[in-house]
Ligand binder design. Structure first.
Ligand code: AMP
Ligand code: GLY
Length: 424
């Protein structure tokens, strides 16, 4: 089978790496891919912001299956368009992807279906914000309704701050169209959890749960990022909690979408807060998480292609995934300045030494390759991932690998999975 993977980050590298292990895969294209992905797939140019560009590419390549990594193509309706042409694509339709692309849609949906989430108010104007604010305690979470690449959530410490942030968003100055509607939300406390399932529109098959590290600095300080590291172990959620999350969150979401005429197929990423009142939904993503996918796929022992085909064909089942009992951890090495502005084009050294370490796989997130050498080409550059029987060992291996890799301005968090290690 010929596969086309759309995207070019660490998540897509992990998807390509895993799909390549499937005995039925003969060829993988990745569009646009990156320097490291080029070692595992044929990288081809595409504009992921343009439906026409993706259609033209698929027309040329004629893949047997297209796997969509990032949210933007899903928002544009790439799955609808491919389906219309009789092409097989893994992921939700544009209508189903609204769970990620509109926070107000997601909140109202959750309320309609009695799925636990924070109290909220949807506001289209500063007047509506003023009316809603008295109903909240501080801090207050202010969210842009639309996609904002991780920049759409502000935790305001006072009502004045909430009101001025909301006004900035509503004016369109801060985030453009994405902020023209805002959601005010009750601030929740607890551990965050990334719980992903694959669905065929009716049934769900869970992936192993993971924990992301969104803030740039150690000890969860500094600005929010796309994710600076993630880990997964069998202890992140026990069987009982997994069953609860399936029964009370994942299945009701999929059933609710079907009942509303927007069948949800593909990966449903539930971003949860494990609060004292129980697990609550913070957000949905309609795709694999980045960097969670890197350690999750390191633990997957079954065939990812089979599970994706089962989703498309409406035969997802509980047994679609087999998992290793090992732990896996991914440490993101980023460019100096990220998540603010940063320079690219820095030569990366030491990748060969890192790759020789037991259980280590370095996924490329933002790199390019020239004359056999790799250079930085993005904010998040590498996802240094390690798998081992014990979390402690996986963490040590990942950091040993990071220490062997160098590029100008490189920085990474030193405390990925530290909380889990402390708990033990
Ligand atoms: P979101 O894009 O909705 O996941 O928000 C990004 C991040 O903001 C989350 O990963 C949380 O760390 C934080 N966040 C979002 N909503 C809340 C909330 N209601 N209470 C506390 N933190 C939140
Ligand atoms: N790691 C969070 C995300 O993929 O959105």
């Amino acid at each position: 089978m010929k596969i086309l993977v759309i995207g070019g980050g660490g998540r897509e590298h992990a998807l390509v790496w895993k799909l390549r292990q499937s005995p039925r895969v003969t060829k993988i294209y990745c569009a646009p891919g990156n320097g490291g992905i080029a070692d595992d797939a044929e990288c081809v140019a595409v504009d992921v912001k343009s439906l026409d560009s993706m259609v033209a590419l698929a027309n040329q390549i004629q893949p047997d299956l297209t796997v969509v990594g990032p949210e933007l193509p899903l928002l544009l309706g790439v799955v609808d368009e491919f389906k219309r042409r009789g092409w097989r694509a893994f992921g939700p339709t544009r209508a189903a992807a609204q769970l990620e692309t509109s926070k107000s849609f997601a909140k109202e949906f959750l309320q309609r279906h009695h799925i636990p989430t924070a109290h909220y108010a949807i506001c289209n104007s500063s007047d509506e914000v003023r009316e809603a604010l008295p109903h909240f305690h501080t801090p207050i979470v202010v969210k842009a309704d639309g996609l904002a690449a991780g920049k759409g959530v502000v935790i305001a410490q006072s009502k004045d701050e909430a009101s001025s942030v909301a006004a900035e968003m509503l004016s369109g100055r801060m985030l453009g169209e994405a902020g023209l509607r805002v959601v005010l939300e009750e601030f929740l406390q607890g551990d965050e959890l990334s719980f992903l399932v694959v669905s065929d529109g009716e049934r769900v098959a869970p992936l192993v749960a993971a924990q992301d590290h969104k803030r740039a600095g150690d000890g969860d300080t500094g600005p929010n990022t796309g994710g600076m590291g993630a880990y997964t172990t069998p202890a992140v959620v026990d069987d009982k909690m997994r069953d609860w999350l399936i029964t009370h969150i994942a299945r009701p979401v999929v059933a609710g979408m079907k009942a509303e005429g927007a069948e949800y197929k593909g990966v449903l990423y539930c971003g949860l807060m494990m609060t004292a009142r129980g697990p609550m939904v913070l957000e949905f993503n309609c795709r694999f998480g980045d960097p969670e996918t890197q350690p999750i796929l390191m633990r997957m022992e079954s065939d990812l292609l089979e599970a994706m085909e089962a989703s498309i064909d409406g035969r997802t089942s509980d047994g679609d995934f087999k998992w290793s009992g090992d732990a896996a951890v991914c440490v993101v090495m980023a460019s100096g300045g990220y998540p603010g502005s940063y320079e690219v084009g820095k030569k990366i050294g030491g990748l060969d030494y890192a790759a020789k370490l037991d259980g280590v796989k370095v996924f490329h997130a933002g790199t390019s390759k020239r004359d056999g050498a790799y250079y930085t080409a993005g904010g998040r550059v590498l996802g240094v991932t390690a798998r081992a029987a014990e979390l402690q060992t996986a963490v040590e291996r990942a950091y040993e690998a990071c220490a062997k890799i160098s590029f100008d301005g490189a920085h990474y968090r030193k405390d990925i999975a530290a909380r889990a290690l402390k708990k033990k």
